[in-house]
Design a binder for this molecule. Structure first.
Ligand code: FAD
Length: 327
């Protein structure tokens, strides 16, 4: 978080990569290889999601630890309240603290599979605000806390395709401010495809006194069906020019990916032109699109990837100070 705050002060652009826990052991190994390559480009941090309903708790903890201590990148772990009594939350926080991780993305989480309403588990928290308060009261300033922000309002607030009402949007903003006032240092946004909506959201946050960095969450379009599913799930507006551009190429994966890189580049250019200095890339565990966008923006040099990587120990060996990659 300090890195991001400093970058904003110094006018330097920084970026980060988000990953999710793969389903198979082989997938996990591949993910570490991919992270290794991507970390060469010096993201300010990498984060790993907490599977829906707490389904990946042990794996997320394990990957966080390895990201921090073997891949040697500043790491942030997502943590949700779904199915998590406070003892389990504290176990997760104590584990990452013991592993030197200082960054948490504090979330309420979605309802468990098959339920449509979030229900507070016995002895657990009702919302991200409670989790932020808990982390601050129990761990003081040890953790840098990030929270989620919703430029189009949280999906629960969106009742039809027009989007949230102004009143609900303002309620959502006021609630976001409570999360920041309770101790969150950083906001990462939900994905969006209309850059003006993000820029308005930043402005609206500033109007109500939210001062922390509001990092845009950029999800490159990799694949047509996945894009439609994700945008539908998050109730994200898709501008008509994007629909029009995708319609004729939707069955051609290469063309869709190339368009996704082009679109992501244009969105980021516009965001950066408005003085925002941070970009968060939802990689979906793939590297081509995220790196393609950063290369187009001139933020990374694809020819400068160090390979092979002789310094990397086997994944079951923790790195020590002596074999840490010099960043
Ligand atoms: P909260 O901040 O608690 O709030 C959700 C909404 O409920 C608010 O926007 C507000 O409208 C309403 N609300 C809640 N409490 C109050 C209150 N006291 N007063 C008024 N309104 C209230 N999900 C996962 O399962 N794992 C992940 O790793 C994960 N990572 C994510 C990362 C990012 C950057 C984002 C944007 C989302 C992520 N999600 C993840 C999805 C997230 O869990 C869901 O969107 C979930 O439904 C809400 O979580 P939240 O932390 O935003 O909830």
């Amino acid at each position: 978080i300090e890195k991001i705050q400093n970058a904003e002060k110094e006018g330097k652009v920084v970026f980060s990569f988000e990953f999710f826990p793969p389903k198979t052991e082989e997938g996990v190994e591949n993910l570490f290889d991919r992270m290794d390559r991507m970390v060469e480009h010096q993201p300010s941090f990498c984060d790993i999601t907490w599977g829906a309903g707490g389904s990946t708790a042990d794996l997320t903890l394990d990957i966080s630890n390895k990201m921090q201590n073997m891949i040697c990148v500043e790491s942030m772990m997502h943590l949700t309240c779904t199915n998590m009594p406070v003892e389990k939350i504290d176990h997760a926080l104590a584990t990452i603290k013991a592993n030197g991780i200082q960054n948490v993305l504090a979330l309420r989480g979605d309802p468990p599979h098959g339920q449509d309403k979030f229900v507070q588990v016995e002895g657990g928290f009702a919302c991200a605000l409670d989790l932020v308060k808990h982390i601050r009261s129990k761990y003081g300033d040890y953790f840098g806390i990030t929270v989620a922000g919703y430029p189009e309002a949280h999906p629960d607030m969106i009742k039809n395709e027009v989007g949230a009402t102004e009143e609900d949007y303002q309620k959502d903003l006021a609630y976001l401010k409570l999360k920041v006032d309770a101790g969150a240092d950083l906001i990462i946004t939900q994905l969006f495809y209309d850059t003006d909506i993000y820029l308005k959201f930043v402005n609206d946050c500033r109007q109500i006194g939210i001062k922390c960095p509001i990092v845009p969450g950029i999800m490159p379009i990799n694949n047509y069906k996945g894009f439609i599913r994700m945008a539908g799930f998050c109730k994200t507006k898709i501008p008509s020019e994007i629909t029009a551009a995708l319609e004729p190429i939707k069955d051609n994966e290469e063309a869709v990916r190339a368009y996704g890189i082009h679109l992501g580049t244009e969105m980021c250019k516009k965001i950066l032109a408005h003085g925002i200095k941070t970009l968060h890339l939802y990689t979906l565990n793939m590297e081509k699109s995220a790196l393609g966008i950063l290369a187009n923006l001139g933020l990374i040099d694809m020819t400068k990837i160090r390979r092979p990587l002789p310094w990397r120990p086997a994944t079951n060996v923790l790195r020590t100070k002596e074999n840490v990659r010099p960043i």
